[in-house]
Design a protein around this ligand. Structure first.
Ligand code: CAA
Length: 258
């Protein structure tokens, strides 16, 4: 499928999806969101892809939902169209890992999109925020929910009520991002992380992703049970035998996703 608002490149088993509306700082309009959902679904189904990196430009990962597109909508319009639910659900359905490589602004829906990925690697110039309060609305795709779970109530309230931005150092300190790298290096760092993931057994990669995500949906006791069941189940795979034999034989494992 040909895309206009995103660019997709596949190399070394990693799909790099770049948001590409530079004139609007990658604001998330309907076309971009639909294309992103389609590209992620395609990458998830493509046997040549083992991990996905989502990025924007150096100035902006995404400056939020497209305010020009939303400004004149009525309650009935937004309620009926429910623009963000479909794409968000499509992202959550992806079983391969998605790394967000965030440079510049990740605001409103942009911050929420990054948080919907599996983890975030940030450039030193990254700025995260939920400034919807300045527009007379609130966050609509997780800015009051995911952010609160990631950084805690105090910082989530602060960001959602004042609209202030969090820089990369604070985001790392607060647990919103996994690493901070020099600006200009963030895509390379995310691709290197993706390639590391691509080398693993994809069965255990999926199990790890499912299990970590489960911790956000359930109680600790249920989550631990879910994890234990998956851990036990992986002993039915050839890759478990290969991984452990390779360790004992002091060689690199040759995983076959079986
Ligand atoms: N929607 C539409 N267009 C946007 C946009 C957005 N979210 N953010 C930036 N743009 C456009 C600007 O309108 C401008 O276009 P024009 O040249 O045609 O006027 C262009 O991108 C460049 O932006 P600026 O001139 O404003 O650039 P700047 O460097 O001075 O400021 C910024 C950068 C601080 C990110 C500023 O653009 C900004 O505050 N953007 C809006 C951020 C925001 O409020 N996001 C939340 C959106 S609502 C939301 O996301 C709801 C939800 O949860 C689902």
């Amino acid at each position: 499928m040909a895309y206009e608002s995103i660019i997709v490149e596949i190399e070394d088993e990693v799909a790099l999806i770049r948001l590409n509306r530079p004139d609007a700082l990658n604001a998330l309009n309907k076309q971009l969101l639909d294309e992103l959902a389609a590209a992620l679904t395609e990458a998830d189904q493509n046997d040549k892809v083992r991990c996905i990196v989502l990025t924007g430009s150096e100035k902006a990962f995404a400056a939020g939902a497209d305010i020009k597109e939303m400004a004149d909508k009525s309650f009935v319009d937004v309620f009926t169209e429910d623009l963000f639910t479909g794409p968000t659900e499509a992202i959550l359905r992806v079983r391969k890992p998605i790394i967000a490589a965030v440079s510049g602004y990740a605001l409103g829906g942009g911050c929420e999109l990054a948080m919907t990925c599996d983890f975030i690697i940030a450039a030193e110039n990254a700025k995260f925020g939920q400034p919807e309060i300045n527009l007379g609305v609130i966050a609509g795709i997780g800015g009051t929910q995911r952010l609160t779970r990631f950084v805690g109530k105090a910082k989530a309230m602060d960001m959602n009520l004042t609209g202030r931005f969090m820089d990369a150092a604070e985001a790392e300190r607060s647990g919103l991002v996994s690493r901070v790298v020099p600006t200009g290096k963030v895509v390379a760092e995310a691709l290197a992380a993706a390639q590391k993931i691509a080398e693993k057994s994809q069965i255990s990669v999926r199990a790890a992703k499912e299990s970590v995500n489960r911790s956000y949906e359930t109680t600790l006791r249920e989550g631990l049970l879910f994890e234990r069941r998956l851990f036990n189940a992986l002993f039915a795979t050839e890759d478990q035998k290969e991984g452990m034999s390779a360790f004992l034989e002091k060689r690199e494992p040759q995983f076959r996703d079986k």
